[in-house]
Design a binder for this molecule. Structure first.
Ligand code: MD6
Ligand code: FE
Length: 217
């Protein structure tokens, strides 16, 4: 490598990988923001505790969930929806902390979506063995807005398919600090998370935490 090539390598933006049309993996995008991001998540969970949601079909989800933003994602026997108040406390959801809002906007901008303006951030915590079945994110008003997903703690395997539940999926390994942005042709693709394997993360211990930022309304 010449000196100039080395300089270019250092100046290069963090690696972006388009694993499906419109679906980008930004490895390690959290980077130096880690401490601020973890503190922000802790503050949210203190105000709006993680809880187990029930699907409309009556199954208890294996993840525990909370939200921040103008509205939060709720699931119960009546269906999936966004609500302005946390049903557990009756209070408005906490605001999206500045560090999280900036992270989500910067990630979207890094893949050419600078207009992304999230109004909801869903927090899912996976204990060992927890998973997320294949699903579409279709409770939002405007599918032109992408979803930004931040992975923290234990690693996981993200499963990413197509427009139908059945059909081939690709597997994307996600580790602490990775960010996925998906929009455009991928926005309504089926996706899920395989059961989280046993392990211990230096900061989050036996958990994976995933943040998904959306424009819900
Ligand atoms: C997770 N993520 O990674 C679950 N949804 O724990 C999602 O369900 C998801 O990562 C929409 C867009 C990006 C995602
Ligand atoms: Fe999803």
């Amino acid at each position: 490598m010449s000196g100039r090539q080395r300089a270019l390598a250092f100046a290069a933006p963090p690696p972006r990988e388009e694993f499906a049309p419109g679906a980008w993996l930004l490895r390690g995008f959290v980077g130096a923001r880690e401490a601020d991001v973890l503190a922000a998540v802790t503050a949210v969970v203190e105000q709006a505790p993680l809880r187990t949601m029930t699907t409309p079909g009556g199954k208890r989800m294996s993840v525990t969930t909370t939200s921040c933003g103008d509205c939060g994602w709720v699931s119960d026997r009546r269906g999936y929806r966004y609500e302005a108040n946390d049903p557990a406390t009756g209070l408005p959801w906490p605001a999206i902390p500045e560090a999280l809002d900036a992270l989500a906007r910067d990630a979207a901008a890094a893949v050419g979506q600078p207009a992304f303006a999230p109004d909801a951030c869903l927090v899912n915590r996976y204990a060992v063995g927890a998973k997320m079945a294949l699903h579409q994110d279709r409770d939002e008003a405007d599918f032109a807005q992408p979803i930004v997903s931040v992975s923290l703690g234990l690693p996981a395997t993200f499963q990413f398919g197509g427009a139908a539940r059945k059909g081939p999926t690709v597997r994307v390994p996600l580790v602490h600090g990775d960010v996925v942005v998906f929009g455009g042709p991928s926005r309504l693709c089926f996706h899920g998370v395989l059961p989280v394997k046993d392990g211990a993360h230096p900061v989050l211990g036996p958990y994976r935490v995933n943040l998904t930022f959306r424009r819900a309304r």
